[in-house]
Design a protein around this ligand. Structure first.
Ligand SMILES: [Zn+2]
Length: 358
């Protein structure tokens, strides 16, 4: 699922294409893509508005519209956005289209249909996005932006020291910090040499600093590299390259770049977690409780192995974890190839429009 760097890249690519464009209508082919309106009300709600800004908050795009309104776009698993000429062929996975006055369209393509688009008002007093005046702010529960200037080491420490629980789930918690998901949580922990099951309360000041610097470092590098093009992620100006720089994420069994020992994978809270058990030691104080989790994980790992092998289209039962990992890797390669093919197809569809508008 696209995380902060991927969504930031999409926002940056869309900005020059959309700002100052006027929306004249909308077509929705999958009504559940809409978070706040039915398709007719949505089309009426956006028609006549001009795009004023394209930004990001956490993992969502925020498209500021004239008349104190805004769209939020959550790409979720497979959402993609393209700006194309209205006469470009439409593929069956396009769920929603914003028609622009200049003959172009913003198309939301989403194979798995988990993506969500909302239309909100902007509170004239505090600028917060709200579904209705006096209603709850859309981003009220979302934590600070980790790359903002306001997110200092001191602020990070202040927030961290109010939290209990283990580091991996904490980094994924959007109310703790916005925009970090599975990829960059694993990479941040590996870079800072902290075990994913380590408790937040056990960190010493140097650990806190390493985690803060690792998280900001990996996110900034990923933004520079236009995100990680894994599975279906791509952006209007093309794929990212951060996937080539990931050290542990989805590299189970490969050599840890720091110590050469194999990268391990466990499941924490139903999320795959990749780490090096040599470089990321679990302190004795955290081991007692972790043992219970790790035992549960052993069961979860076998189940996960079967699920992956089903994806790989192979015999399933009786696989060792290592075999399951290999099958998982093959399935992933297949998915990545398929995703790259659909990205190329989309890019080809987008091409005529890019040329005609430039
Ligand atoms: Zn290592």
């Amino acid at each position: 699922m696209p995380e902060l760097p991927e969504v930031e890249t999409v926002a940056r690519d869309l900005r020059p294409r959309l700002v100052d464009a006027t929306i004249v209508g909308a077509r929705t082919s999958w009504a559940r893509t809409l978070r706040t309106h039915d398709p007719i009300a949505f089309a009426e709600g956006v028609a006549g508005r001009t795009v004023e800004s394209v930004g990001r908050r956490g993992k969502q795009l925020v498209v500021g519209l004239s008349g104190d309104a805004a769209l939020t776009i959550h790409l979720k698993m497979t959402g993609q956005l393209f700006v194309v000429s209205a006469d470009a062929p439409e593929d069956p996975y396009v769920r929603l289209v914003l028609e622009l006055a200049d003959g172009r369209e913003l198309r939301f393509r989403d194979i798995r249909k988990f993506g969500k688009i909302g239309l909100y008002g902007r509170d004239p007093i505090n600028g917060e996005l709200v579904a209705e005046l006096g209603g709850a702010a859309v981003f009220a529960g979302i934590g600070p932006e980790p790359l903002s200037d306001a997110f200092t080491l001191r602020e990070f420490r202040r927030r961290l020291r109010r939290r209990k629980g283990r580091l991996k789930p904490l980094l994924l918690d959007q109310s703790f910090v916005a925009g970090v998901g599975n990829i960059y949580a694993d990479e941040s922990l590996w870079r800072s040499r902290l075990h994913p099951l380590r408790s937040a309360s056990s960190l010493r000041p140097p650990d806190e600093r390493r985690l803060y610097e690792a998280m900001r470092g990996v996110l900034s590098e990923a933004v520079e590299r236009r995100g990680s093009s894994i599975d279906d992620y791509t952006a209007p100006d093309g794929d990212g390259s951060m996937q080539e720089r990931l050290q542990v994420y989805q590299r189970t069994g490969e050599a840890c770049p720091r110590c050469g020992r194999p990268v391990k994978r466990i499941v924490i809270g139903a999320r795959s977690t990749h780490f090096c058990s040599w470089c990321q030691r679990l302190p004795a104080a955290d081991r007692g409780n972790a043992a219970v989790i790790l035992r549960t994980i052993a069961g979860g790992r076998r189940r996960a192995g079967r699920r992956w092998t089903e994806l790989a289209g192979e015999g399933t039962l009786g696989l060792t974890p290592l075999e399951a990992e290999r099958a998982s890797r093959r399935a992933r390669t297949e998915r990545t190839k398929r995703a790259a093919a659909t990205r190329r197809a989309s890019a080809r569809a987008a091409m005529p429009a890019e040329q005609s508008t430039s």
